[in-house]
Ligand binder design. Structure first.
Ligand code: NAP
Length: 286
């Protein structure tokens, strides 16, 4: 079997066009405040892509760059200011933060209606309870890819490798919300391959380069690779794509799979947030 490639680039381009059309129909353009603290080079690259795609979709870029030696109190004041500012409809605090800052305390000050990354406790709680809210971008991007590829989730065995708050946990909740039978694996899982081989839908988000080989995949499974690693040999994910493609029925490539969807979903969340703030009854549920 040679798996069909699930094209995240094409899916993200479609979604960006849909978002731009929706923005054009709004009475006021949404305003996204990305907050970048310090000078971490990778964070700089991610934030500039987010800002660029935000303006390309017709939204306002209300970026704040804060020096790396900012105090917790000062940064809390900046977040509170953005929370109160009616021009700002979405707030994204770029993580990781310098070690002296408490990210959870800062995220807690972002109002849930402006939480376009879906990372605050209130957003996570709403997702866990199956209530509408803003959902983290990477796992919701995975759901978009599965839907676009026509993958049947109801009753399917889904296995998620990884249990982070950013990816694994919300991913498992989203799959559960679609009536898949979900198993979450982590670093203490005994015989990982034995568990992943049960999956009709396997989502790898462990952060270990090429850890999922063909022996860990059921023939005909759909494999979504969230991992992203910059090795000397080039970019790769958590899945040994070439070998697994001989076993799976469909697979996301790295690059060009889940990665492009993450920013596209951020744009979508930013529009949803603006509509929520304006009092629109929009469907944001899992
Ligand atoms: P993370 O916070 O490091 O979490 C990794 C998870 O994987 C943890 O739950 C960990 O288990 C589990 N794990 C680690 N080694 C394992 C092993 N050998 N077997 C089974 N489980 C194992 O990472 P993350 O933020 O979720 O990100 C995961 C990957 O996705 C990374 O490669 C990251 O770069 C990538 N990513 C990509 C995008 C994108 O847009 N493409 C976005 C976000 C993340 P424990 O809980 O037991 O430690």
């Amino acid at each position: 079997m040679t798996a069909e490639l699930i094209d995240g680039k094409a899916a993200a381009a479609e979604l960006r066009a849909e978002v731009a059309a929706e923005v054009a129909g709004l009475p006021a353009a949404p305003g996204l405040a990305t907050v970048l603290v310090g000078d971490d080079p990778a964070s700089h690259i991610y934030v500039s892509s987010k800002r660029k795609q935000c303006t390309q979709a017709g939204m306002r870029d209300l970026h704040r760059h804060v020096p790396g030696d900012v105090t917790q109190e000062e940064l809390l004041g900046i977040i509170d200011g953005l929370a109160e500012d009616p021009e700002v409809t979405g707030i994204l605090l770029q993580l990781p933060l310098p070690g002296h800052l408490d990210a959870n305390a800062l995220l807690a000050r972002i109002p849930p209606e402006k939480d376009v990354d879906g990372l605050t406790e209130r957003s996570a709680g709403r997702l866990a309870l199956g209530k509408p809210g803003l959902v983290p971008c990477t796992p919701s991007g995975v759901m978009h890819l599965l839907d676009r590829a026509g993958v049947k989730l109801e009753g399917a065995e889904a296995v998620v490798v990884g249990r982070s708050s950013l990816v694994g946990k919300p991913q498992a909740q989203l799959l559960l919300g679609r009536n898949a039978t979900v198993t979450t694996c982590h670093s203490r899982t005994r015989d990982l391959a034995e568990v992943t081989r049960r999956a009709d839908v396997l989502v790898a988000a462990a952060g270990v380069p090429r850890m999922i080989g063909p022996d860990a995949v059921k023939p005909g499974a759909v494999v979504i690779d969230v991992g992203m690693h910059r090795l000397e040999s080039g970019l790769c994910g958590d899945v040994d794509t070439e070998a697994v493609a001989e076993v799976a029925s469909a697979i996301t490539p790295v690059p060009g799979g889940v990665g492009p969807m993450t920013i596209a979903m951020l744009l979508r969340n930013t529009v949803l947030a603006a509509r929520l703030l304006a009092g629109d009854a929009v469907g944001t549920g899992p």
